[in-house]
Design a protein around this ligand. Sequence first.
Ligand code: NAP
Length: 246
Amino acid sequence: MIFKDKLSIVTGASQGIGKAIAELLAQEGAQVILWDIQEDKLQEVVDGINKQGGQAAYFRVDVASFPQVEATVKEILDDYGQIDHLVNNAGITRDNLLMRMSESEWDQVLSVNLKGVFNCCKAVIRAMMSRRQGRIVNIASVVGLMGNVGQTNYAASKAGVIGFTKSLAREVASRNITVNAIAPGYILTPMTEALSEQTRQMFLNLIPLRRFGTPEDVARAVRFLLSEDAAYITGQVLGVNGGMYM
Ligand code: NAP
C-alpha cells in the first residue's frame, strides 16, 4: 500500500489504460478520482474498485473544457483538501492521411490530447505548488517520437505532450513536483481494437518482445513514476513499448 493517504486523479479512466491505472493506484491505497466523458462506464469501474475495498469516486469531465476541469478541481480540493497525483491519460484518435484530414479531425485531437493536458495541469498546479509536493504523469505515445502514417494530428499532439512535460518539469522542480511522460507502444485496449488483423500483424513484427502491451504494463510504469522510488526522476519520457522504439 504505497499510496495510502494520497489522492490521485486519473483522466480517461472508464476503460483501457486509464481504468487499469485507476485500479492499480486504488490497490496501492490511493483515494482515486476517475474522470471521463462516459458516465455509465465510470460508475461501473468505481463500483468495482469500491467492492474490492478501494476508495474511488468519479466526475464526468471533458478534459478539453477548461471551465469544467477548473470547477472539478475546485470541488475536489474543497472535499478532499489535496491532490497528490495527476495522471493525464485521456486521449483520442481521428486518423486520416493529411490530404484527407479535416480541420475538425485536427482540432478534436489537439483539443483533447494536448489542450486537455494543459487544462488539467494548469488547474492542479497551484495547489501542488503551495503544498510543495506533487507528481504528474502524462500519457504520450511512441507515435509522438517516431511518427505514423495517418496520424499527423495524433503524433503532433503527443509530441506536444512531451515538450510540455519537459517544460513544466523545469518550471516546478524547485517545488518538489515531478512531471514525466510515458510513451506506450501498441497496447491492447478499445482504442486499438478497431485496427485490422493485417495492421496488427505489421505492428507485431516491429516489437522485439513479440507481444502487444497490456494496460497493466502501462499502469505499473505509472505506479513507479508516482512512487517515492522515482523521486529523483523528472522531465523524462519512459517508453513502454516492448522495444518497438529505442
Ligand atoms: P481508450 O480505450 O479509448 O480510453 C480513453 C478514454 O478517454 C475513453 O474512455 C475516452 O472516452 C476518454 N476520453 C476521450 N475524450 C475525453 C475527454 N475529452 N475528456 C475525458 N475523457 C475522454 O484509450 P486507451 O488505449 O486506453 O488510451 C489511453 C491513453 O494512452 C491515450 O492518451 C492514448 O493516446 C494513449 N496511448 C494508447 C496506446 C494504445 O496502443 N492503446 C498507445 C500509445 C498511447 P471515449 O471512448 O468516449 O472517447
